[in-house]
Write a protein that binds this ligand. Structure first.
Ligand SMILES: [Ca+2]
Length: 325
């Protein structure tokens, strides 16, 4: 688990020291700590890195471990370690499945790995142990852990199919996934994480977790920021490596960030940022493969999906956690 230094120049080292110093003011309150496991496809859309920086900055987040998913999962683990090391945190990181349970891998490359040489990071990881790590950690803290899934659902599918007992001892499953806009202009849009592995997504939605929450495109698409605004506002020290990764995203994909994943994370600590409905989610595997099918229901329904988001309050919350500088 020894870190390697991609750049040991004095300026880079000074950056890291400054970032760590800036985070020391956060004094966790033991009673308010929330235990979280993060499953992420960090390395393609930059919102995963934004989400991880948020979790590392939140004074009430006890991040017990990180697993990665989709192609080049080991490079994605290294990218997660950039932020953990910058924050001065020793958090277990396990590369997970780099191929879907079913279908082709539609996300084979971790583009942001181009930033790795510029930041200290971990390069070697325990391999083929991600799902066992998740199961063992969840069993160690029964009913206490929130599993935050912000990538295609392969690791979730493997977890709940390999260890069917896990769903009942998991405190909650919060996912960025799906699209629950039945009638609006985006109604027919298929969401990437659920569509990325249909079998795994079906398994994840059938898992009998007590709190089973989805943040879909119908809310996450509303939380956006242009590249120029991101450059102006992402000045907190831990956001420096995030900005490095974001420039790769801006150059190769879109000149804005949609805060899909960090919104999902924020609802763990501030559920009132969104409103929700209960019902049942199934995954279409015929007409529109990967489209979530939403059936509203009563309070005993298995799934909770977000229906509205207070965008202004969300951004106030986000920057109150990560800081302005
Ligand atoms: Ca993601």
């Amino acid at each position: 688990m020894a870190p390697i230094s991609g750049d040991s120049s004095p300026s880079a080292q000074n950056d890291i020291s400054f970032i760590r110093q800036s985070l020391k003011n956060s004094k966790p309150l033991e009673l308010l700590m929330t235990k979280i496991l993060l499953d992420t496809d960090i390395g393609t859309d930059v919102d995963d890195a934004v989400c991880l920086a948020y979790l590392l900055s939140h004074p009430n987040c006890e991040l017990l471990g990180i697993t990665t998913v989709t192609g080049e999962s080991e490079k994605r683990a290294s990218l997660a370690s950039v932020l953990c090391q910058a924050a001065g945190r020793d958090i277990p990181i396990y590369p997970g499945a780099d191929k879907p349970m079913q279908g082709e891998q539609r996300q084979p490359v971790a583009q942001q790995a181009a930033a790795l040489p510029r930041w200290p990071h971990q390069a070697k990881f325990p391999m083929n142990q991600a799902v066992d790590f998740l199961a063992n950690t969840i069993r160690t803290y029964p009913n206490e852990i929130t599993l935050l899934s912000i990538g295609p659902l392969t690791n979730m599918g493997l977890l709940f199919s390999t260890y069917p007992d896990i769903a009942e001892v998991l405190g909650g499953l919060v996912m960025m996934g799906g699209n629950f806009d039945e009638f609006g202009p985006e109604a027919q849009r298929v969401e990437w994480n659920v569509a990325g592995d249909l079998l795994a997504s079906e398994i994840a939605y059938k898992a009998p977790v007590r709190l089973h929450r989805s943040l879909g495109l119908n809310v996450t698409q509303q939380v956006m920021m242009s590249a120029d605004e991101v450059r102006a506002k992402f000045i907190a020290p831990l956001l420096r490596p995030v900005m490095d990764m974001a420039e790769i995203w801006f150059a190769q994909f879109y000149p804005f960030i949609t805060f899909h994943d960090p919104l999902a994370a924020a609802t763990i600590f501030e559920p009132d940022l969104c409103s929700y409905q209960k019902g049942t989610v199934t995954v279409d595997n015929a007409d529109m493969p990967g489209k979530t099918i939403w059936q509203p229901g009563g309070s005993e329904s298995p799934h909770q999906v977000a229906m509205t988001v207070d965008v202004d309050r969300y951004f106030q919350h986000f920057f109150s956690v990560v800081g302005f500088g």
